[in-house]
Write a new protein. Structure first.
Length: 288
């Protein structure tokens, strides 16, 4: 069984489903040490990140240390080789492409806004991740991502296909998470490259985050992507921490694009319509 790390909820009006991520609290009953895991989606409405920032800042004022992922914020210990630099360039281009595609929804990148100088970055640097995964495997992964997101500016209807797949993917993962299933599927993966990616991107980085948080004096807010929450919860259980379901707060990332309308507009070669944003009333209804 795994903790739900994302969910979708209807809003008060005839609008797309609200996509949400949780802030989950853990406590070690033996030591009294408390951890709060702020699970995030790496793109969302600006208001989503402001709500998270307000939540995290309130704890920081109370003396909690904030530890967050951010491989791109870390400087590598040595100089990359020519092949590694090529992959680093591809990774930067992939992140820029992600940002461009999500901007059509009115969503912004987490790493551009949900970061403060007082927060401690606990992660592997991009170069360390590439070396652990293997630069050929990372390059293949980025090539697959680029094929999914890269299209000519003269074909705006391609956004509709991307939006439909995004909404379907989120709904599928949310359904699996609601039933306590591992959203990443069984291990090991049939594809050894996918296994290598998950072993580093999820497992190794999650273990680093948990080991650092549990050995920190004082309470800690952990700011990590929602996909890490099942692994974080499992690691924390091994360290004697218990989750407090009654103290879980959900924040709305944004509204999911409509699947059927997006698919139809894609087939008709029409660009997407302006994407609706959440409102106070819609968020309140979806969070109930």
């Amino acid at each position: 069984m795994t903790l739900p790390h994302i969910r979708v909820r209807p809003t008060s009006r005839r609008r797309p489903l609200a996509f949400q991520t949780p802030v989950t609290c853990f406590r070690n009953p033996d030591t009294g040490h408390r951890l709060q895991v702020a699970s995030t989606f790496h793109f969302g409405e600006p208001g989503y990140y402001q709500a998270l920032l307000d939540d995290i800042t309130a704890h920081e004022r109370d003396g909690w240390q904030v530890q967050h992922e951010g491989s791109q914020h870390l400087t590598p210990a040595d100089t990359p080789t020519a092949d590694e630099q090529t992959v680093l360039n591809d990774l930067a281009a992939s992140r820029d492409l992600d940002t461009r595609r999500m901007s059509v929804l009115g969503w912004v990148s987490q790493h551009s806004v949900l970061h403060r100088p007082t927060w401690r970055t606990v992660d592997m640097a991009d170069l360390d991740i590439i070396r652990a995964v293997g630069h050929d495997t990372m390059r293949a992964h980025l090539t697959t991502t680029r094929k999914r997101l890269d299209w000519p500016d003269t074909q705006p209807w391609q956004h509709c296909r991307f939006h439909a797949l995004l909404a379907l993917g989120v709904r599928h993962i949310a359904r699996a998470a609601a039933h306590g299933n591992d959203p990443h599927g069984p291990r090991p993966h049939p594809d050894p490259r996918k296994e290598a990616l998950d072993r580093v991107l999820l497992d190794a980085r999650t273990a680093l985050a948990v080991n650092t948080a549990t050995t920190t004096d004082g309470n800690v807010v952990m700011v990590w992507g929602a996909a890490h929450l099942p692994g974080i919860a499992a690691e924390l259980a091994g360290h004697g921490y218990h989750v407090d379901p009654a103290d879980t707060r959900w924040h709305t990332v944004g509204l999911l694009p409509p699947v059927t309308a997006s698919a139809i507009r894609y087939l008709l070669r029409r660009p997407p319509t302006p994407h609706p944003t959440t409102s106070t009333e819609a968020v309140a209804e979806a969070s109930a």
